[in-house]
Write a protein that binds this ligand. Structure first.
Ligand code: PEP
Ligand code: MG
Length: 583
């Protein structure tokens, strides 16, 4: 049985399922006498105090082990505890219904969760898990029950749960958790973000994983593809075991290359960088030998929180990242909200076509006060290392000039405040809209670099919604239209003597590396875990051969043929890699 979900954290693991029952305790009604009401209220208050103490303790532990970002999630939990409306409703109903407080509380909790789950708002939906997490803890304390925890795992398992809350992750021992499999959650859910920063392979949003998987089932979790294979037959198991072994073996080979430059056999040097979403990923960036950050997606600052992140908080994070890289470049992309990344606190209305709507740079230009907070934070961090600014979703020169205008204002504000920053900070544009790709000769005159965002460029040029499963088969990075656009962008950049990188997923796929290298791409930016393999490929091929592959690829009529050809050439040039990829 193969279950398909959302890939949340890369890697393949094979192991036994541990069903972690995160459902709430069953509480039965128990009528109480009127004179017992004050006692019930006192029990409720005690449970709230105990819960608060527990949460504060977890928060302390998380701050120590994982940093303040993850710990802040628990601020939302503390707010639930202080919610007067919830508390008063419990007390009112307790008086009216005269049932034990755990029963009344559980029903009020259900009501809240029900109301929130019907809301068409990502932020409020995320709050369900906060309310649920805290609610379970309060009921546990009311019942005097023992905590269900991942801390007591005695052996290595794959945790299968409806959801894995931040408190669960906080108390578990990483060494015994091989992978996560959950019914709910998306790419940006807490589970996904936690799994990624802990480097635990995870597939989320499987809907019925807890119903279909039994304790002890053998599982293969493929966190890259988003597949969970339940009780695989011997052949599949062998295939994945071999893949896993090769992976381990191959990793050993790759480690040797990880700090070497990304240079071809005939001396052509490029740069391999990493994409990150959280400062916590920096350890992984460094351990995988990335030469810089090609894309720092900053949306996560704005997600899963109530207010907007302040200048100081953002500045500290950017400074932290750039100082860890000791001189290597960090490209911070300004807020790219919209499309599949919603932020409710910004009050952006729902649109018919969010990918074509009021998003990214369009939103920032309309809200310069919000935009400038981020720009000042990036500028301030530029005094501490090699930071570059990159604007997303640029559609043409006009928009780029406007964005640079706001940047100038932000610089001026810092000068007035006598705050230091790099006056010559480099500014780049993401090329991810066809209109930008077709006018990049004009754009190239006004920026210091380009970075091609193929995730969006493909979606817009082929008219394929990047999150629609039904048409995913049409999403072809090797479509001749895409290749021509990429060539156009690289050539235009080089003509103006600026470098051209790529930070879309296409840059991290070995099958496409020969074409992109041959087209003259200067920088490839990908998930940190993909870096060593890419370095291996680059260091074992000739630029001359890559140029031939690119030339041939541009002459082929279909994406299918291009891909087949590129794969075949890669196999011929790198037989060792073939063994690893095809097993
Ligand atoms: C892209 O569009 O290729 C990209 C890298 O940005 P995102 O995936 O965040 O839209
Ligand atoms: Mg994009």
């Amino acid at each position: 049985m193969i279950l398909k979900g959302i890939p949340a954290s890369h890697g393949i693991v094979i192991g036994r399922a541990f069903l972690f029952d995160t459902r709430r305790f069953i509480v039965s009604p128990r009528k109480i006498r009127e004179d017992a009401i004050p006692k019930e209220i006192a029990r409720f208050e005690e449970a709230l105090i105990k819960t608060r103490a527990e949460i504060l303790q977890i928060q302390k532990k998380i701050t120590k082990e994982m940093g303040t970002y993850h710990a802040e999630i628990f601020n939302a939990h503390l707010l639930v505890l202080e919610d007067r409306m919830l508390i008063e409703e419990v007390i009112d109903r307790l008086k009216k219904e005269r049932n034990c407080v755990e029963y009344v509380f559980a029903r009020v909790l259900d009501k809240y969760i029900n109301v929130f789950s019907k809301m068409d708002d990502e932020y409020l939906k995320e709050r369900i898990s906060d309310i649920d997490d805290v609610g379970k803890r309060i009921i546990k304390n009311l019942l005097g029950a023992k905590e269900k925890s991942l801390s007591e795992l005695k052996q290595k398992v794959i945790v299968v749960a409806y959801d894995i809350s931040p408190s669960d992750t906080a108390t578990m021992h990483k060494k015994n958790v091989m992978g996560f499999v959950t019914d709910i959650g998306g790419r940006t859910s807490h589970t996904a973000i936690m799994a990624k920063s802990l480097e635990i392979p995870a597939v989320v949003g499987l809907e019925k994983a807890t119903a279909k998987i039994k304790a002890g089932d053998m599982l293969i979790v493929d966190g890259k593809e988003g597949n969970v294979i339940v009780n695989p037959d011997t052949k599949t198991l062998k295939k994945y075991q071999a893949r896993h072994l090769h992976f381990v073996e191959f990793e050993k080979t790759l480690v040797k290359f990880k700090n070497e430059p990304a240079e071809t056999l005939d001396g052509h040097r490029i740069e391999i960088s990493a994409n990150i979403e959280l400062p916590q990923e920096m350890d992984s960036v460094i351990s995988h030998g990335a030469e810089g950050i090609g894309l720092y997606r900053t949306e996560y600052f704005y997600m899963n929180r109530q207010g907007l992140p302040e200048e100081k908080e953002q500045f500290e994070a950017y400074k932290n990242v750039v100082t860890k890289l000791s001189g290597n470049p960090v490209i911070v992309r300004t807020l790219d909200l919209g499309g599949d990344k919603f932020l409710s606190q910004l009050d952006v209305p729902h649109e018919m076509n969010p990918f074509l709507g009021w998003r990214a740079i369009r939103f920032c230009l309309a809200k310069p006060e919000i935009f400038k907070v981020q720009l000042r934070a990036i500028l301030r961090a530029s005094a501490f290392g090699n930071i570059k600014i990159m604007f997303p979703m640029i559609s043409g020169v006009e928009e780029l000039r406007q964005a640079k205008g706001v940047l100038d204002e932000a610089k001026e504000e810092l000068r007035t405040r006598h705050v230091k920053f790099n006056e010559d900070i480099e500014v780049g544009a993401m090329i991810e809209i066809p209109s930008a790709a077709l006018t990049c000769d004009l754009l190239a005159k006004e920026v210091d670099f380009f970075s091609i965002g193929t995730n969006d460029l493909i979606q817009y040029s082929l008219a394929i919604d990047r999150v629609n499963e039904k048409i995913a088969y049409l999403y072809k990075p090797t479509h001749p239209a895409v290749l021509r656009l990429i060539k156009n962008i690289i050539d235009a950049g080089h003509k103006e003597k600026i470098w051209v990188g790529m930070c879309g997923e296409m840059a991290g796929e070995p099958a496409f590396v020969l074409i992109l290298l041959g087209l003259g791409l200067d920088e490839f930016s990908m998930s940190p875990a993909g870096v060593p393999e890419m370095k291996y490929v680059i260091r074992n091929v000739k630029f001359k051969d890559a140029k031939d592959v690119a030339h041939m690829a541009l002459s082929l009529p279909t994406g299918e043929e291009v891909e087949e050809f590129a794969n075949q050439r890669l196999d011929e040039l790198l037989p060792a890699l073939k063994k690893f990829r095809k097993e």
